[in-house]
Design a protein around this ligand. Structure first.
Ligand SMILES: [Zn+2]
Length: 351
């Protein structure tokens, strides 16, 4: 039987190892050997991926040296002849006064850069993980919204889109690739999110949102993100969100311009205060075009506002409209006023 190579703490030169793998389990660990990577103790595929060459030296350790001895033996049998187990484990390492680094609770891993933001931290991340967001439209605006919310680990992401991917989408709809052409957008989007972050629960809805189903689709979500491309859908989202007490973020992009706005239910203005009815001649991207990255700018702003909403940021974009003109590279912020003639019941009027 292959024997594991073992070294006592005093024999170890940390700089000599291509990787240092911490096999200890549990969330209560407070310290580790500097430069360690935590890996499940039987996740040999992951450990192997950390080894640059079969004979490269790699140190594995656990609490007392038992699990790491088994792992080192297994790795050696698999041809990784440089595997070394730390004799006596982390307990002996520390008791002999070897260097350790402190593990900050809730840090490390894929969400680390959010954890490090003082306004975000583990608490904000917990809110994001519990978040339920409905994205209406998986096109040019929806692509960055969906990708960023998925990457952030939003708990539940509902995606509404009744369309299929077409060649003409690929210039801006970065959720999709050439292999997606002809697929239902929600299927391609669900696949993409699945590859991006398995923490996220995607609810794909192959439908168009309209006044007849808006309440049903929005039900159970804490935030709606309107990334649709037409006024009828925007107004339907607005009306249902206002009636159901759900905040929503709106975005639109056309040619070289875009806008983003946020609306809370209640006495403040709503989207209908701004656009009371369907315009007579509605221009769309398929008629007059849009610069691809303009949808990326606006969709990213929408994703930012959605994240701020989830973590309870005090400075969300509400009752304000940000416009972006790509030609002049100018952003402008405008206040949105309540319209007295708005047909939405705004409750008590904000003076
Ligand atoms: Zn209104």
């Amino acid at each position: 039987m292959t024997k594991a190579r073992e070294q006592a703490p005093a024999e170890i030169d940390l700089g000599a190892f291509a990787a240092i793998v911490d096999l200890r389990e549990g969330d209560a660990l407070t310290a580790q050997i500097p430069g360690s990577i935590r890996v499940g103790r039987t996740d040999y595929a992951r450990i192997a991926s950390l080894i640059p060459a079969e004979d490269a030296p790699i140190l594995v350790y656990c609490g007392i040296g038992e699990a790491s001895r088994i792992a080192a033996r297994e790795l050696t049998q698999r041809g990784f002849t440089g595997a070394v187990s730390l004799l006596g484990g982390f307990r002996r390492w520390r008791s002999e006064g070897q260097p350790v680094t402190t593990i900050v609770p809730g840090r490390g891993g894929r969400y680390d850069r959010h954890m490090r933001l003082s306004e975000f931290g583990p608490e904000g991340h917990a809110r994001v993980r519990a978040g339920r967001v409905l994205v209406i439209g998986a096109g040019g605006l929806g692509s960055p919204v969906i990708e960023y919310l998925a990457a952030a680990g939003v708990g539940t992401l509902g995606i509404v889109d009744g369309d299929r991917v077409d060649q003409g989408n690929l210039q801006r709809q970065i959720l999709y690739g050439e292999g997606s052409v002809g697929m239902r957008k929600i299927d391609a989007a669900r696949d993409r999110v699945g590859r991006l972050n398995s923490d996220v629960d995607v609810v794909p809805i192959a439908s168009w949102l309209d006044p007849s189903n808006a309440h049903e689709l929005l039900d159970g979500y804490q935030l709606a993100v309107d990334a649709s491309d037409n006024f009828a859908t925007r107004l339907a989202v607005n009306d249902a969100a206002a009636e159901m007490g759900i905040p929503f973020i709106h975005g639109a992009a056309l040619q070289w311009e875009g806008m983003v706005a946020g609306f809370d239910p209640g006495p403040g203005p709503c989207y209908r205060c701004l656009f009371p009815d369907l315009p007579e001649n509605e221009e769309t991207c398929s008629d007059v075009g849009v610069l691809g990255p303009v949808t990326g700018v606006i969709g990213s702003l929408m994703a930012v506002e959605a994240m701020k909403h989830l973590i309870g940021s005090p400075d969300r974009l509400v009752d304000r409209l940000v416009t972006y003109d790509a030609r002049s590279a100018r952003f402008t912020t405008l206040r949105i006023d309540r319209s007295i003639s708005c047909r939405i019941d705004h409750g008590s009027v904000k003076s």
